[in-house]
Design a binder for this molecule. Structure first.
Ligand SMILES: [Zn+2]
Length: 428
């Protein structure tokens, strides 16, 4: 009998509660909340400029907190300035389950990046409340501060922020230190804001894809394998600036020619290995930069991304070898700055499976895919297992007022989030 009681409490803890498996989100309500949130920081192009720590950000956060309270969440702001809406669980021995995202935007951003995941997480809490379902795990809906400025709020509670970061000016003109205080956090007590590794049961984040893969393949849900690691290195090519009219072709030390060959080689190295890795030369500066001078110095930016850190390293080493040869061929020298590396963050394999099974159970198609963009989930992965759910971005457009995801795609994503939470709570 006791065992039966336990089974019953874990599924339905209150008399008259709806069966959790049959619970669905209210898609129209999510659309309405997205519309209302888009008013804060609205820009003439139809998107938002809701920069972290701006007035619009403050208003958006107030609005989100109101929705959280309406969803029956106990709302507080942690010492790092993140909004936390808590819902008690029936088993105090279990660690809390986290869901959420962010609502700050880039300058001239859109209405979906971050907002979809934040408002859907609130909707999950609201539906659980309306259906009188008490989960075994405590649930925390988190809206992280300043995601677009470098996943600041999520980093603050996991790896921590150093002084260099705290003194950095955000796009709104405020430093991260000032902004954290403005959000209601305490920059002098950030050590206390940190959460210990192993202190959470897990974190699920719903987000727009920000690329065009799902739409192109007509897939409903992206199951994220991980957030790619990124390597940046500044490449300086030295040669000799000389008269473009009088220096014979075989006596030039033309760094722009070396750069052209180098850019081609980067592309060849990256595409010669099977996989979804990407490599880009995104900027270039040529000196002196005149019609009639052979360019004596060229500096360019190399970026490599992949889920596998060792693959990124292999590509970087190969590119450096190729550069040496190009340099010798052209009598120029290549110098690579010490690479700045962000390590990849993998999502938990059992979380991937849970999201995939849940989505398929709801009649949706899925695709396992990496995330080429950064997310709060990559920071939270430091303290516990994470999972991410992607919904299609129309035209693969993001960080633009033209960013768009259809209401039905958003509803699908939120549905998957809700049922993933319910299944997780039953299984873990
Ligand atoms: Zn985002």
């Amino acid at each position: 009998m006791k065992a039966l009681c336990v089974v019953l409490t874990c599924c339905v803890s209150l008399a008259g509660a709806q069966a959790p498996d049959s619970l669905r989100v209210n898609g129209a309500r999510i659309s309405q909340h997205l519309q209302a949130l888009s008013e804060f920081g609205k820009n003439p192009q139809g998107g938002v400029s809701r920069l972290a720590y701006s007035d619009a950000d403050h208003q958006g956060r107030e609005y989100a907190m109101r929705l959280m309270r309406e969803a029956g969440l106990d709302v507080s702001i942690d010492l790092a300035g993140n909004i936390v809406g808590s819902r008690a669980g029936s088993d105090a021995g279990l660690k809390p389950l986290l869901i959420g995202s962010h609502i700050d935007s880039v300058p001239e951003g859109g209405n979906y990046d971050g907002d979809v995941g934040s408002l859907s997480a609130i909707e999950v809490a609201q539906r659980l409340e309306e259906a009188h379902i008490k989960l075994r795990h405590a649930l925390q809906v988190i809206i992280f501060q300043n995601e677009e400025g470098g996943t600041i709020g999520s980093k603050a509670i996991t790896s921590g922020l150093d002084d260099k970061l705290l003194n950095l000016k955000a796009n709104s003109g405020k430093t991260i230190r000032e902004g954290t205080a403005l959000c209601g956090g305490d920059p002098n007590r950030l050590a206390e804001a940190r959460r210990a590794p192993g202190s959470i049961a897990g974190y699920f984040e719903l987000h727009i894809e920000q690329g065009g893969t799902l739409e192109q393949h007509k897939i409903n849900i992206g199951v994220v394998e991980g957030i790619v690691g990124i390597l940046h290195s500044e490449v300086t090519i030295e040669g000799f600036s000389n008269h473009a009219g009088t220096t014979p072709m075989d006596q030039r030390r033309d760094t722009l020619l070396s750069a052209a060959r180098f850019i081609e080689k980067v592309n060849q190295v990256v595409t010669s290995i099977p996989g979804r890795q990407v490599g880009t030369v995104g900027w270039i500066r040529v000196q002196p930069g005149a019609y009639n001078v052979v360019p004596g110095k060229t500096v360019l930016g190399l970026e490599l991304r992949d889920l596998d850190a060792s693959k990124v390293e292999t590509m970087f080493n190969r590119i450096r070898d190729k550069a040496k040869k190009i340099g010798a061929m052209n009598n120029t020298s290549f110098n690579f700055s010490e690479p700045i590396v962000t390590h990849p963050a993998l999502t938990d394999a059992s979380f991937q499976k849970l999201i995939d099974t849940t989505a398929k159970g709801l009649g949706l198609t899925t695709k396992l895919m990496p995330s080429g963009a950064g997310h709060d989930a990559q920071e939270i992965a430091v303290i516990g297992p994470v999972g991410m759910i992607f919904v299609p971005s129309i035209g693969g457009i993001s960080h633009s007022p033209k960013e768009f995801s259809t209401p039905s795609d958003i509803e699908n994503g939120a549905k998957v989030l809700l049922q993933t939470v319910v299944s997780f709570d039953r299984l873990k």
